[in-house]
Design a protein around this ligand. Structure first.
Ligand code: BGC
Length: 718
């Protein structure tokens, strides 16, 4: 079904399974190198040898040399740079953004991380990491400032598109796969922003006032998994304060939890300009100041000389940095630019974008479009003729190429039907760097054209960026008006959304027969959307966020919570954010967490637990039968939620604790089986300072979304 050119460098199973490569023609003229030569193996040194070598280097270092290692300096072509110390054979260290591509110079514009999360595909997340690691390496970058593993708390959050959504388990799963992928290429990942970095308003000063249980259950699990499971090399300390103390000097976060409790062996880097002190930051766990040495250069030397920071503390920082550099083989293979197969990156980027598209609604199977029955298609909206390659800020990419939806649709349709485009309005300049072309079309024109055509496809987007939260979660400009107007003119209207996270669809969601959420798909935007609309790709994404019917339905709805009063954001909603909140208050969302349709149907049956009684710590597996009952090949994300029926503390009605994405041919069925672990049933008890599994009844809820539970089973923990 798919056209796919297989290249040696793209032999990774996951993204080749059902990859597409129509956009590759565009790349064909580019020089294709081999990434193979870049896959430098890590230094094959044992841990004890690394330890000895690092200690030997530190023994020879002067204090100024040590100080030089713990802060950055400005260097063109990098976001962060630590110069080499040739006398000791220490190479330079180079750092770059970010989570949606390699920021410096034109490069692959990958789909936004939120699209990756919407794929619910661990193997694809690893491919995304591999592709980015490969590209970073070829561009001479040692550390990729990614992934962002903060949880979406505030719907307006300017950086929501950089995250993996509202759920800690999904975030942890996608993040660990992504990190493993990046690091497999000999590039360090940097999990950011530690911790509770959930808004852009007052981002440099706000204090997240958050209780310990909420931190542990919602905001920290992805960092914990990054450290324990993915062995992430570095962690970025956030701009904000947590419970009154800046993250970069927060001993509870950096020392007690990250280093002591989780056993983090890597180093902590401050976000750019997030260091606020010398002595406190140095003594409380920060290892490297970025981007310069405002606090960790001359001032740190003085503090050491004055006895306020011990040399042992400095040695620990240098040891952490050098140990990782040696583990990653940087001493043997210093950062160097090399040939790069952009073709391979393009395939991964496109596969992720495809897999992340969420079909929110498809009444009467309006999609996929069958060209045989169509004479004319209206394509409407200023952003139909603009590629949505990504969001703004440090995650912004300068793409190698960008496919516009209008161009891709026109190309697919060919001579079979007429495509009539109306730009509609254009008001303000949403993204200064990617300004929409202004046009003179009016709503009346759009409506007239929509009415005259067999069907209409209307495109809308938002623009999210670091540094500013959105003013509202309604679509900006007059796009809601446009969608409503087009729907009034033609009932057969498909709404395509390119938004970085939650938007309010309540003005037309009930009336629109088909809604496609495509996020920021990256450089292949148009191709991906056209392939979904025409059924070349069967959508399989699921929402990593809850879409509310009204803004006030969301957990974080008071000024005390957001943006905060007197620079304090009260996390008074506790663990009840996202679907946990909607469940608790029995509020009907517009589209629930985990929701996403397919062009085929799936049947769930035969749930079985390995045991009906376990003791805490015992393994428990759940198995069921999944069948594709439709006529197309497609993938379903089977979601496993746990409910603690008898808890002594208030717990969410359900929490995601497992998922499996399963590809099935028409008529095919497969057993889907997962194993839970102790953490699947636990809550964090701040009094005992540990995770607790309470005896009693539990339920496993298996669903196609958090609100479409198909099977349940009960068990007891004795
Ligand atoms: C962002 C980080 C980014 C850094 C370097 C900061 O403003 O918060 O996410 O990695 O800049 O560009």
């Amino acid at each position: 079904m798919r056209r796919l050119k297989k290249t040696k460098t793209t032999s990774r199973r996951s993204f080749l399974r059902h990859s597409s490569a129509a956009g590759l023609a565009i790349l064909a003229s580019r020089k294709i190198g081999s990434a193979e030569s870049l896959a430098v193996p890590r230094a094959q040194l044992s841990e004890s040898t690394i330890q000895q070598k690092v200690d030997a280097i530190i023994a020879q270092m002067t204090l100024p040399e040590k100080i030089q290692m713990v802060h950055g300096e400005r260097r063109t072509g990098f976001n962060g740079y630590v110069p080499a110390i040739p006398r000791l054979g220490i190479p330079e260290l180079t750092l770059t953004d970010g989570p949606a591509g390699i920021r410096h110079g034109p490069g692959t514009a990958f789909p936004a991380p939120i699209a990756l999360a919407a794929s619910w595909d661990r193997a694809l997340a690893e491919s995304y990491g591999v592709a980015m690691g490969t590209e970073a390496k070829a561009k001479g970058q040692n550390i990729l400032l990614a992934p962002m593993v903060n949880i979406v708390r505030v719907p307006e959050g300017g950086r929501n598109f950089e995250t993996f959504g509202e759920d800690p388990y999904l975030t942890a799963q996608i993040a660990t796969a992504d990190i493993k992928g990046i690091q497999s290429q000999g590039v360090m990942a940097e999990a950011k922003h530690y911790a509770a970095n959930n808004q852009e308003k007052q981002r440099l000063t706000v204090s997240a006032e958050v209780d310990e249980r909420t931190l542990r259950e919602i905001y920290l699990p992805a960092f914990e998994a990054a450290v324990k499971e993915a062995k992430v090399a570095s962690v970025m300390a956030a701009y904000n304060k947590v419970n009154g103390t800046y993250s970069s000097e927060n001993t509870h976060l950096l020392k007690d939890i990250l280093k002591d409790e989780w056993g983090f062996e890597g180093f902590v880097v401050s976000d750019w300009g997030a260091t606020h002190s010398t002595v406190a930051a140095a003594n409380n766990g920060l290892d490297m100041e970025m981007p310069t040495g405002a606090f960790f250069s001359a001032k740190l030397s003085e503090a050491v000389k004055a006895g306020q920071v011990s040399e042992a503390t400095i040695n620990d920082k240098v040891r952490r940095i050098l140990r990782m550099m040696m583990r990653f083989g940087f001493f043997h293979h210093p950062a160097a630019t090399g040939p790069l197969n952009y073709n391979a990156q393009a395939q991964v980027a496109r596969r992720v974008a495809e897999a992340g598209v969420v079909l929110l609604k498809n009444e009467g199977n309006l999609l996929p479009l069958d060209l045989d029955g169509l004479k004319s298609i209206a394509v409407i909206g200023p952003y139909a003729d603009r590629a949505t390659t990504g969001g703004g800020g440090s995650a912004r990419m300068s793409p190698l190429y960008a496919i516009r939806p209008l161009a891709a649709i026109t190309q697919r349709v060919g001579q079979k039907a007429a495509v009539r485009f109306v730009r509609f309005i254009q008001g303000s300049d949403l993204s200064k760097s990617d300004p929409p072309t202004t046009g003179a079309g009016l709503l009346a024109d759009a409506a007239k054209v929509a009415k005259s055509c067999d069907l209409a496809i209307v495109f809308a987007r938002d623009f999210e960026t670091e540094g500013a939260d959105r003013e509202s979660i309604e679509l900006p400009e007059e796009q809601d008006q446009m969608i409503k107007g087009v729907l009034e003119a033609n009932k057969r209207t498909i709404v395509v959304l390119n938004t970085g996270s939650i938007v309010l669809l309540n003005q037309y969601a009930d009336r629109a027969p088909a809604i496609v959420q495509a996020w920021y798909p990256g450089q292949d935007d148009g191709n991906v959307i056209a392939d979904v609309l025409f059924g070349v790709v069967n959508p399989s994404g699921k929402l990593p966020l809850t879409f509310p019917r009204a803004r006030q339905d969301v957990a974080v709805s008071s000024p005390q919570q957001y943006p905060g009063v007197s620079e304090k954001g009260q996390y008074s909603e506790g663990i009840f954010i996202g679907y946990r909140h909607f469940d608790k208050h029995n509020v009907e969302p517009q589209f629930p967490f985990g929701h996403g349709l397919s062009y085929t149907n799936f049947d769930y049956s035969n749930i079985r637990l390995s045991r009906s009684h376990i003791r805490s710590g015992d393994p428990l597996t759940v198995e069921l039968q999944l069948k594709n009952t439709g006529r197309r090949e497609g993938a379903e994300v089977v979601q496993f939620y746990i409910q603690d029926v008898q808890a002594s503390v208030e717990r969410p009605i359900k929490e995601l604790k497992g998922f499996e994405k399963v590809m099935l041919k028409p008529g095919q069925s497969k057993a889907v089986k997962i194993e839970f672990n102790e953490r699947s049933f636990a809550f964090y008890d701040p009094n005992q300072k540990k995770w607790i599994v309470e005896p009693g009844q539990f339920k496993v809820l298996v669903g196609s979304s958090s609100r479409d539970i198909r099977l349940t089973a009960s068990f007891n923990i004795d």
